[in-house]
Design a protein around this ligand. Structure first.
Ligand code: 8YV
Length: 329
């Protein structure tokens, strides 16, 4: 008797060890990054691939999906999935899953840390001490969170977790998103420009992708005013990075705290040169605890799918339902 063939799963590159271990226990893994000739590799194993596990930043475009005629599911590590062509996937009945919920509180914690670090210049104060300047001169007085009005762009799961924390800081909270949210007491602004005019801190938590590209532009930044602070923990694409550098350089806004950039891991030298900004290397969800939870969810989505239980956390665009799941040819 021959053993049942294991399911072929493609990885564009290695994922964290706990994920690799769990996947290897159930699937036959194929690593595109280890292939000497990627095109030849895909031509050979592409037709057998039934699942794809990817890190959040790895592009899964129509050209890649076209080389995977038998693919059923793309399981992505991360809540944002702007690098995955979900429309093409949906058109072919391919399920796409992501990792929402498990990272909300972690990213919200980091967001508040980044906001405080930016307003109170915590990294700069640390640099001042380490450079031995303290005995010669006190660290300069900084801006404050007191009396500030904070606007949130994107009041989704993470945005709401940020807002809950902000309530404890005693600041006024407002938001902009596609729709006013029922049961939410914060001021709603139907336009981003209107929100920016009403606040002096803007926190970007909106998803990336074409609908939000370059939304935080020169006009929005100018509306924040000279005491304005921009915090972005979402996607670099949401902010016009050139306009941001120009606004910071000209003093149109006071500062920025950034965890994400337009062309990661490249960060414009002009941003790095600005001492008042706080720059993090996309670490919003980056703790052992939360990355382990995200990894488990990637694995559990794949196991559930191939066990016939459907996806656990499909993206909204995925045309999945109990009735369609097992009627695929
Ligand atoms: C990623 C993120 O998971 O969830 C997201 O959308 O941006 C991060 O939490 C991280 O970049 C790992 O790829």
């Amino acid at each position: 008797m021959t053993a049942a063939r294991s399911i072929d799963l493609l990885l564009l590159k290695a994922m964290q060890p706990s994920v690799m271990e769990a996947l290897a226990a159930r699937f036959t893994l194929h690593r595109l990054d280890l292939a000497a000739d990627g095109a030849a590799f895909l031509a050979e194993i592409g037709p057998r691939i039934r699942g794809l596990a990817v890190g959040a930043q790895a592009p899964v475009d129509a050209a890649l999906l076209a080389k995977l005629p038998a693919i059923e599911i793309v399981a992505s590590f991360g809540v944002g999935y702007d690098t995955i062509d979900v429309r093409t996937a949906a058109g072919r009945g391919i399920v796409v899953t992501h990792t929402p919920d498990v990272l909300d509180e972690e990213v919200a914690d980091l967001t508040l840390g980044l906001l405080l670090a930016t307003v109170r210049q915590i990294p700069q104060a640390d640099r001042h001490l380490r450079a031995g300047h303290w005995p010669q001169r006190s660290f300069p007085l900084t801006a404050t969170l007191r009396g500030r009005r904070v606007g949130i762009l994107g009041l989704g799961r993470i945005g709401r977790a940020v807002a809950r924390r902000l309530e404890g800081f005693g600041v006024a909270i407002a938001y902009h998103g596609r729709n006013r949210q029922a049961g939410v007491a914060y001021d709603y602004h139907p336009s981003l420009l209107g929100l920016a005019q009403a606040v002096d801190v803007l926190i970007v938590v909106a998803p990336g992708g074409p609908a939000t590209r370059g939304m935080v532009d020169a006009a929005v930044l100018a509306a924040l005013g000279p005491e304005g602070i921009l915090v972005n923990v979402a996607r670099g694409s949401v902010v016009d990075e050139d306009a941001l550098v120009a606004a910071l350089t000209a003093g149109t806004i006071r500062s920025a705290g950034l965890d994400v950039y337009a062309r990661e891991p490249q960060v414009p030298a002009a941003l790095v040169a600005l001492d008042q900004v706080v720059l993090l290397p996309h670490v919003g969800s980056g703790t052992d605890h939360t990355r382990a939870a995200m990894g488990r969810l990637v694995v559990d989505n794949l196991l559930s799918w191939f066990d016939g239980g459907g996806p656990l956390t499909p993206v909204p665009e995925t045309p999945w339902s109990e009735t369609t799941v097992r009627t695929r040819p």
